[in-house]
Design a binder for this molecule. Structure first.
Ligand code: FE2
Ligand code: FE2
Length: 139
């Protein structure tokens, strides 16, 4: 399973954890739809869920960037750059990638997205959470 929430992803910031969990849920749903191996064409459903993934990801990143700015997180620009990179990856998913080969092209991209967001949470988001707990409460 590509998008699977693990307890070690928790940053102990409840709203952020809830948003990360929601991102994994949407990603997992997309993965399941793209994995279906039946006689139906799931193009519309996959397109819809990928649009949902894009919208929710943008919502989460904006929320996070605003949160980081409330305690003057010094590495906020690295976060913004990474977030933009990721959003563009999702935006780059073409109809033909969904259509041509539902069982390969789109699954490869979803695997990439799952790997990326997992390590982003474990490394980059963890850094701002640590900073927040050290400095943020005093702001
Ligand atoms: Fe995040
Ligand atoms: Fe982030």
């Amino acid at each position: 399973m590509a998008f699977q929430w693990k307890e070690r992803y928790s940053l102990k910031i409840p709203e952020i954890d809830a948003q990360h969990k929601r991102l994994f849920e949407i990603g997992e749903h997309a993965y399941e739809l793209a994995s279906l191996n039946d006689d139906y064409d799931h193009f519309d459903e996959i397109r819809t869920i990928i649009n949902e993934l894009l919208e929710y990801t943008q919502y989460h990143f904006k929320y996070e960037e605003k949160f980081m700015s409330t305690f003057n997180y010094p590495d906020i620009n690295d976060q913004i750059t990474s977030h933009n990179f990721y959003v563009n990856k999702i935006k780059g998913i073409t109809d033909s990638q969904i259509d041509d080969d539902q069982h390969k092209a789109v699954l490869d991209i979803l695997d990439f997205l799952a790997e990326w967001i997992s390590s982003h949470i474990l490394i980059s988001d963890r850094k701002y959470a640590d900073y927040y707990f050290q400095h943020g409460n005093k702001a």
